[in-house]
Design a protein around this ligand. Structure first.
Ligand code: HEC
Ligand code: HEC
Ligand code: HEC
Ligand code: HEC
Ligand code: HEC
Ligand code: HEC
Ligand code: HEC
Ligand code: HEC
Ligand code: HEC
Length: 412
């Protein structure tokens, strides 16, 4: 029985050994690959790069982009589409679009098929039309070492995108972005939820968002702020006058982070950017800032006294919980400044203050308990001292009686 299994196992292994390496439809029998592989320099590099790329893995080979006949070693290059140097930038787009715009050719893959259309309708497509040095598909993806955009080595991988774009768009934008919160989050913390250039400008349908478009662009990730913004007076003015969008108050690239305690002064500094000093809006901004500042102060003070009583050895779990709830109301109050609505803000800061009040009450109860416990402790200590003294007295009396008894006995 066991011998049968072993024999079967050996024959399976034998069959596996007969299979030559990983086969790939793209390599097998391609004269282009066979000949170019043994050439040198710039004629051989494409094979090396292509071997590790996404196209070979998907069965896309040299002739799919260059033309020619891969089955015929002698005449294979007769039908080449043309020398790559002579390929115009428009032709490159067409080559890639031959598959990437075709539902038929991409039907086995889950990749989108709108890149070429998007590209042509965007700023880069327009620049291409105008004969400028616009990037083509291969500027961002490479012609041969094309990698999946999910591969961290890909030029189009989010973390690598800022350098890719800055290659043509100058270092000033890149520096601004890098020092802002988005760049820090993506490039330093590798937080892939933070936007790269492509999230705000589009990878293919490259645009510069107008103020009116910014709530949609930023709202991909900041729904809360956009919802509040839409409740306020600026939504109306954005639609009618085209101002202020999100970038009316925030720099597009060099933005944040603003520490919590600096938010009130930031609000005060922002409004006169558009409203005259005497405008009602500026006053509204100041009142909102004051309300927020007061609440921030209340909550940060509560942290201080909570720490103090925890150092006295009391269990502050419940108090910490309440203060944390207060803080979470504050993190709802900050986005709410976008509604520029004092009543709404007061509702939220009011909730935060209520939580601090409950924490305060709780701490008072704890302290009262502590007081009672101290009185109790004092009472018990006193009681035990009295008992000890009484016992000592009793002992001495007994000893005295004993000695008296003994002396008495001797006398008799
Ligand atoms: C027998 C060898 C051989 C075969 C087969 C071959 N090539 Fe080439 N290929 C070359 C050589 C050599 C050069 C360099 C020619 C030059 O620099 O003038 C070249 C150049 C090229 C170039 C660059 C053209 C240019 O003008 O710079 C492309 C693209 C190319 N080959 C694609 C292919 C494709 C696609 C196939 C298969 C359909 C193929 N080759 C088959 C030898 C070959
Ligand atoms: C996905 C399409 C695609 C595939 C697949 C592809 N190429 Fe290319 N190849 C291009 C494009 C586009 C260019 C022009 C690059 C440019 O303008 O930067 C190019 C350029 C070249 C050049 C000229 C390089 C130079 O530096 O001048 C050679 C040689 C070449 N390819 C050979 C090959 C060979 C051999 C294969 C197969 C192993 C292959 N290519 C596969 C799209 C492709
Ligand atoms: C300016 C740089 C740039 C150019 C030009 C560019 N791409 Fe992309 N491409 C990217 C980035 C960045 C991503 C990843 C982010 C995304 O998909 O939004 C990407 C993603 C892709 C993907 C992956 C699937 C997808 O859509 O997510 C394909 C396929 C693709 N591009 C093909 C093309 C083709 C074809 C062209 C030429 C019309 C092209 N790209 C031009 C930067 C570029
Ligand atoms: C013969 C058809 C064909 C041609 C021509 C072609 N591609 Fe592809 N490409 C594919 C297929 C198939 C895949 C694999 C898609 C997948 O696995 O989702 C692919 C994958 C890609 C990917 C990776 C997508 C991802 O998953 O992130 C990029 C980027 C890409 N191609 C860009 C290009 C560029 C740039 C050109 C032109 C130089 C080009 N392709 C030409 C068929 C083609
Ligand atoms: C090969 C160089 C090159 C690369 C790489 C490149 N661009 Fe561009 N970009 C251009 C050119 C050229 C223009 C057109 C400028 C003009 O019309 O004056 C342009 C225009 C733009 C515009 C419009 C600017 C304006 O003021 O109208 C934006 C936004 C943009 N690119 C973003 C990006 C992003 C994002 C990336 C990276 C994903 C990128 N670009 C990669 C060359 C490049
Ligand atoms: C959070 C969204 C966002 C990110 C991320 C972003 N941008 Fe922008 N960018 C904008 C907006 C919005 C504008 C429009 C200008 C404005 O409203 O101040 C703009 C303007 C531009 C412009 C044209 C105007 C100018 O300043 O010359 C270029 C070029 C540009 N960005 C390139 C980039 C590059 C390159 C990156 C990555 C390093 C990048 N952007 C990252 C939102 C963004
Ligand atoms: C792709 C998602 C994404 C897009 C699009 C985006 N952001 Fe952000 N943003 C983030 C993330 C993630 C953080 C938090 C980074 C961190 O805390 O490490 C952030 C942080 C911020 C902060 C600072 C928050 C703080 O705690 O101080 C501001 C302000 C901001 N974004 C404004 C904008 C504006 C304005 C736009 C549009 C021009 C925008 N964002 C577009 C994801 C995005
Ligand atoms: C009228 C001015 C103004 C406008 C318009 C505006 N913001 Fe703000 N925003 C502020 C101020 C002031 C702060 C607090 C200081 C800071 O974090 O920059 C802030 C904070 C933020 C924060 C950080 C919130 C937090 O919890 O720390 C984000 C994210 C944000 N704004 C996104 C947006 C988005 C998205 C838009 C567009 C819908 C927008 N802002 C429009 C003034 C504005
Ligand atoms: C980028 C320009 C810009 C900035 C910055 C700005 N606003 Fe406005 N705001 C407008 C415009 C435009 C209107 C509509 C026209 C008007 O009524 O003045 C408006 C209208 C208002 C209104 C309703 C009209 C009124 O006067 O009662 C209020 C309230 C307001 N803004 C408050 C603020 C506050 C608070 C800030 C600072 C946090 C601020 N705005 C910052 C552009 C701006």
């Amino acid at each position: 029985m066991i011998a049968k299994y072993i024999r079967a196992g050996i024959s399976v292994l034998f069959c596996l050994a007969m299979v030559p390496g990983p086969i790939n439809a793209a390599d097998s029998g391609s004269s282009c690959v066979e000949c170019h592989e043994v050439l040198s320099g710039r004629t051989a590099d494409p094979v090396r790069l292509w071997r590790n790329g996404a196209h070979r893995a998907a069965g896309v080979s040299c002739h799919d982009c260059h033309g020619g006949n891969p089955l015929d070693m002698e005449q294979s290059m007769d039908h080449l589409r043309g020398s790559p140097e002579k390929l115009s930038r428009v032709e490159i787009t067409e080559i890639c679009g031959g598959c990437h715009s075709s539902a038929q050719k991409m039907k086995l893959h889950r990749t989108r098929i709108d890149q070429v259309d998007m590209y042509l309708s965007g700023r880069h497509g327009a620049a291409l039309d105008a004969g400028k040095m616009a990037p083509t598909c291969v500027s961002c993806h490479g012609a041969h070492g094309t990698l999946s955009v999910k591969d961290p080595e890909s030029r189009a991988y989010p973390v690598n995108v800022p350098d890719l774009c800055a290659g043509c768009h100058g270092s000033e934008t890149l520096e601004g972005y890098r020092t802002g919160i988005h760049g820090k989050a993506l490039l330093e913390d590798l937080n892939l939820r933070a936007p790269s250039c492509a999230d705000c400008h589009g990878a293919h349908g490259t645009i510069v968002a107008s103020p009116v478009e910014t709530p949609v662009i930023c709202g991909q990730c900041h729904q809360n702020e956009v919802r509040r913004f839409n409740e306020g007076p600026h939504r109306n003015s954005l639609e009618q006058i085209g101002q202020p969008g999100c970038t009316g108050c925030h720099d597009a690239h060099r933005l944040g982070p603003v520490p919590l305690e600096e938010v009130p002064e930031r609000i005060i500094a922002t409004c006169p950017g558009c409203h005259p000093d005497t405008d009602r809006a500026v006053i509204v901004g100041q009142v909102i800032a004051a309300e927020l500042e007061g609440t921030l102060l209340t909550v940060s003070l509560s942290r201080l006294w909570a720490e103090e009583i925890s150092m006295r050895g009391l269990d502050t779990l419940q108090i910490d919980l309440l203060i944390r709830e207060a803080e979470s109301w504050i993190s709802q109050a900050i986005p709410a400044i976008h509604a520029v609505d004092l009543e709404l803000l007061k509702e939220l800061t009011g909730m935060a203050k209520d939580k601090v009040k409950s924490a305060r009450e709780h701490s008072r109860n704890l302290q009262m308990e502590l007081g009672l416990r101290r009185v109790g402790l004092l009472f018990i200590s006193l009681l035990s001292i009295i008992i000890i003294v009484l016992l000592a007295l009793k002992l001495r009396q007994l000893e005295r009686e004993k000695t008296h008894g003994r002396t008495g006995g001797n006398v008799s």
